[in-house]
Design a protein around this ligand. Structure first.
Ligand code: HEC
Length: 154
């Protein structure tokens, strides 16, 4: 008996899902992250690539000494600045579709693994993180605009 088209389509989809799951086991920043992941899952999929071994001096997972001054900055400040990107830390951990909420959960998980008492942010904390991130981005935009102006002068 011939399977209707929908079954073939579903079959292909299942394969695609299996492939995605398989590649999710490897900690590379290429894996797409969608909503609903825990901080630990996001860490494994995106952040571990650099933060396990301290690539480019990234603060290592579980390194209390490295994390103490970061934890001191406060959850909304650290989370917002890291999401926007700071020094060698790539914006969104290098994953353009990684939303602020999932990123924030990963930061909370990392901080908690290094002596902090950070929880997944609630709505009020998310609001503060969003506000801080927006201000940071605004500064970046101004800096880039000033840079663009230099082109007009040359
Ligand atoms: C490609 C490598 C890379 C990936 C992937 C990456 N990071 Fe980082 N991260 C860094 C580096 C390098 C630094 C140190 C930045 C510096 O101080 O120059 C850093 C610093 C940070 C900091 C401290 C920021 C500060 O203000 O000093 C936080 C928080 C952080 N990362 C969170 C994350 C989270 C959460 C993820 C995953 C969603 C992630 N990182 C993925 C490389 C990475």
């Amino acid at each position: 008996m011939k399977l209707p088209f929908i079954c073939y389509a579903l079959g292909a989809l299942t394969l695609a899902c299996a492939a995605t799951l398989a590649s999710a086991q490897v900690s590379t920043p290429e894996v797409s992250v969608h909503t609903g992941k825990t901080g630990y899952q996001v860490y494994q999929q995106v952040c571990a690539a650099c933060h396990t071994d301290g690539v480019a001096s990234a603060p290592k997972h579980g390194d209390k000494k490295a994390w103490a001054p970061l934890i001191e900055e406060g959850q909304h400040i650290l989370t917002a600045h890291a999401w926007v990107g700071v020094r060698a830390m790539p914006a969104q951990g290098g994953m353009p579709d990684l939303g602020l909420e999932e990123f924030a959960k990963a930061v909370a998980w990392m901080a908690s693994s290094a002596g902090g008492d950070w929880k997944d942010p609630d709505a009020a904390l998310m609001h503060r993180i969003r506000h801080e991130a927006a201000e940071r981005l605004e500064k970046d935009i101004k800096a880039k605009k000033a840079m663009k102006k230099m082109l007009e002068r040359d």
